[in-house]
Design a protein around this ligand. Sequence first.
Ligand code: NAD
Length: 428
Amino acid sequence: MADKSFSAFQMAQTQFDQVAEKLNLDQPTRELLRMPMREYHFSIPVRMDDGSIRIFRGFRVQHNDARGPCKGGIRFHPQETIDTVRALSMWMTWKCAVVDIPLGGGKGGVICDPHDLSQREQEAICRGWVRQVARNVGPLSDVPAPDVMTNAQHMLWMLDEFETIHGGRFPGFITGKPVGMGGSLGRTEATGFGVIFTLREALRELGIKLENTVASVQGFGNVALYAARLYQQLGGKVICVASWDQTDQAAYSFRKASGVDVDALLGITDRFGGIDKNKARSLGYEVLPGEAWMVQDVDILIPAALENQITGENVGNIHSRVRVIVEGANGPTAPGADSVIRERGIYIIPDFLANAGGVTCSYFEQVQSNMNYYWEKDEVLSKLDTKMTSAFQAVHNLAKKNKLYMRDAAYIISIGRVAQACKDRGWV
Ligand code: NAD
C-alpha cells in the first residue's frame, strides 16, 4: 500500500501466470482465475462528529467461490486501493485451497485512517459498508473478517447491521467476532501461532533445533505479536521487531540482543501496533531505522507487517546466516526477490501457507457459529495445529519430490485444487 508504483495485483497475476504455465492450465481456466469473478465499489456517506459529511470509498472483491463461500478480511487503510484488494482476494482463494478448507477467496476494504476517526465514526463506516453489500455477502456466499486496522468490535457492528437488514440472527455471516458474541476462542492467536506451527515443521525438516535459533520480526501487530510469543515459548529468541510510528510517519526497528520481552513491549504499544520509541529506549532497546529488522544476524526472518517489504533492491542486504523466511504478512516478498532467495538456498514458507492459521480458525468460527456450539480453546488450537501441519507437509513433500521452490509448490497445490473445482462444476 505504501509504494504507488507497485501493483500487488500485477504481482499476484504474475505469480499465477507462472504456475498456470507449469500446470499447463487451459486458456479459459487461466482467464477465469487470473481475474476476480465479482467486484463491488461503493461510496459510504458518514456524518462526522463535527456535523460535516464525508464520503468514504469501500470495496468488496470476490475472486473465486468454486470451492465454497468467499472468505476474506476487510482492511481500513488510508492508502487502500482496489488493486490491493484484488490481489488479496486472489491470495485468499489460494490460501483456503492450500489448507483444504471448503471456502473461496474474497477481500474488502475502506479508504480511511482509523487513527483520525472516533469510535462512532468507525461504527458508521462499518454499518455503511454492510448496507452497500448486504445483498451480495452472507453466510452462504461471502463471509468477511478483520484485517489491518479492523477488529472484533468492527465485526460485531457489521454483524448487527447485517442482522438488522435481514431480520434474524446470522452469526455465520462474519468471523473475528468477540468471544461470547459468536467469536471463537483462539482466533486472536491463530494467525501468529499458525506461522510458528509451519516454522516448527520446517525447522524439523531442515534438522535445526528451534531452541537454538534467533529470529527478527517485522511488525508488532496481531500476527507478529503472537508469532513472537509462541516462538519464544517454544525456546527461540526474537532479537528485533519493527513497527510503524504514526507521529513520525516512519517505521523503526527495536533491537535487544538478549531477546525482546514481548509483554513489556506490548505495554508501550498503541492499539495499532506502533511501539513508543522513547519508552522502548528507556527499556534498553536500540531504536534503528525501519529496514534494520531485515539485516540482522539471525536464523529466521518473519515479515509480519505488510506487503512488498523484501524487494529485488534490498534482498541482498539479508544476512548470510538466515536459513528460513516465514511470511506472516500477505505478499511481503516481491517477485524480484524470490529468485535471489531461491539461489541463496533460503527456505521460504510462503504467505498463503504460513499465515493461513487466521482463515482456518475463521472457518472453525463459522462452523461453531452455524452450529451455535462453541469449542474449548485447546480444541481449537489443536485442530489448527493439525490443519497447518498437514498443509505444510503436503507443500514441503511436493517441493522436495519435484525439487520445487516452496512458493511454487504451494501454488501448484492450491491452483490445481481450485481449477479442478471449476472444472468439476462445469464452469470451464
Ligand atoms: P496489525 O494492524 O495488527 O499490525 C501491523 C503491524 O505492522 C503494526 O505493528 C504496525 O506498526 C506494523 N507496520 C506497519 N507498517 C510498517 C512498516 N512500514 N514497517 C514496520 N512495521 C510496520 O496487522 P496484522 O493483523 O498483524 O496483519 C499483518 C499482516 O499479516 C498483513 O499483511 C495482513 O494482511 C496479514 N495477515 C493478517 C491476518 C490476521 O489474522 N490478522 C491473517 C493473515 C494475514
